[in-house]
Write a protein that binds this ligand. Structure first.
Ligand code: PBG
Length: 338
């Protein structure tokens, strides 16, 4: 590289940037609808669509409406949806019993989509925060989140969701050992084909604010999640978390939040060579959306850019609230470089 024949003027990097076609030709990464995972919020009721104020263009849907959206997502070639339930406060308890009741909201939503929209993948979160009166992802004893007691409930929740027809379980709770114990109980109960995408490196992040509005846990949450979610100062720890989850039986892993954590995605993918996904979380979506509503950013352009940056970092796919809008644009023929 350093010999004197290399470099200007024989080498001019701008030559291949001249034309749309040549930029497309040399593009190292591309985005397709296969890379998109759509998170959706479901609530009780019928024929209901409720906008989420802090996430413009994102709604909570009753199950019948959720089915309609899942159909559109499937027609847009989005391979997977991730469903999050909004639980009525009267069903929330200290020990999250609602999470393993077999006709709870998420189970009814999963079964309805399984039946009416065959062929789209369904992912369900394994975590207790929508169901606890205190808004934490685990069972509390005083101010302590009890790891092993939480896992006992998570196992019941996981089996409940798999029985309802979930294809992928996504433990997002960050308890130690939960992937192993969920995997063992899936094996014991005859669900050896159930997929697990673990939130392996999930950071305690202020970017989750709008999501907590969406599932209405913000006001009930007491204290922070820092004793179980990771400290954003750390990178090596994320690799250990991901490695443990893979050995415990995760098929795929996820890093969350997304854009400020591209270094983590890149390191995990390079070192562990396992399907790795990024979650472009609510706060990332809402900040970009708010800026574009104000005319300060072009939403489609900025989304396309961020999503391709995830691919460049090594992500195999991205959970993004913009999945439908972006899928439409991709199917209309958008190509990066052009
Ligand atoms: C909860 C969960 C959270 C998100 C996904 N699952 C929030 C949290 O940990 O408080 C955040 C998603 C987003 O912000 O878009 N287990």
């Amino acid at each position: 590289m350093q010999n004197k024949n290399y470099g200007y003027p024989k080498t001019r990097m701008r030559r291949s940037r001249q034309f749309k076609w040549s930029r497309r030709l040399i593009a190292e990464n591309n985005l397709s609808t296969n890379d998109l995972i759509l998170p959706l919020f479901v609530m009780e009721g019928k024929n209901k669509i409720e906008p989420i104020i802090s996430m413009p263009s994102v709604n909570r849907y009753s199950i019948d409406k959720l089915v309609d959206v899942a159909k559109i997502a499937k027609d847009l070639h989005i391979p997977l949806i991730a469903i999050f339930p909004v639980i009525d406060s009267k069903s929330k308890t200290e020990n999250a019993e609602e999470s393993f009741r077999n006709d709870n909201l998420i189970c009814r939503a999963i079964s309805a989509i399984k039946e009416k929209v065959p062929g789209i993948g369904i992912m369900a979160d394994v975590a207790l925060d929508p169901y606890t009166s205190h808004g934490h992802d685990g069972i509390m004893n005083g101010n302590i989140i009890e790891n092993d007691k939480t896992i006992d409930i998570l196992i019941k929740q996981a089996l409940n969701q798999i029985r309802a027809g979930a294809d992928i379980l996504a433990p997002s709770d960050m308890m130690d050992g939960r992937v192993l114990l969920i995997r063992e109980s899936l094996e014991e109960n005859g669900y050896s084909d159930a997929l697990i995408m673990s939130y392996a490196a999930k950071y305690a992040s202020a970017f989750y604010g709008p999501f907590r509005d969406a599932i209405k846990t913000k006001s009930s949450l007491k204290g922070s999640k820092k004793t179980y979610q990771m400290d954003f100062s750390n990178a090596n720890e994320a690799i250990r978390e991901a490695e443990l989850d893979i050995y415990e039986g995760a098929d795929m892993i996820m890093v969350k939040p997304g854009l400020p954590y591209l270094d983590i995605i890149s390191k995990i993918k390079t070192q562990l060579k396992t399907p790795t996904f990024a979650y472009q979380v609510s706060g990332e979506y809402s900040s970009l959306k708010a800026a574009s509503i104000n005319g300060w950013l072009d939403f489609d352009e900025i989304m396309m850019e961020t999503l391709i940056c995830f691919k460049r970092a090594g992500a195999d796919g991205i959970l993004t609230y913009s999945a439908m809008e972006i899928a439409k644009k991709l199917l209309d023929g958008y190509k990066n470089g052009s």
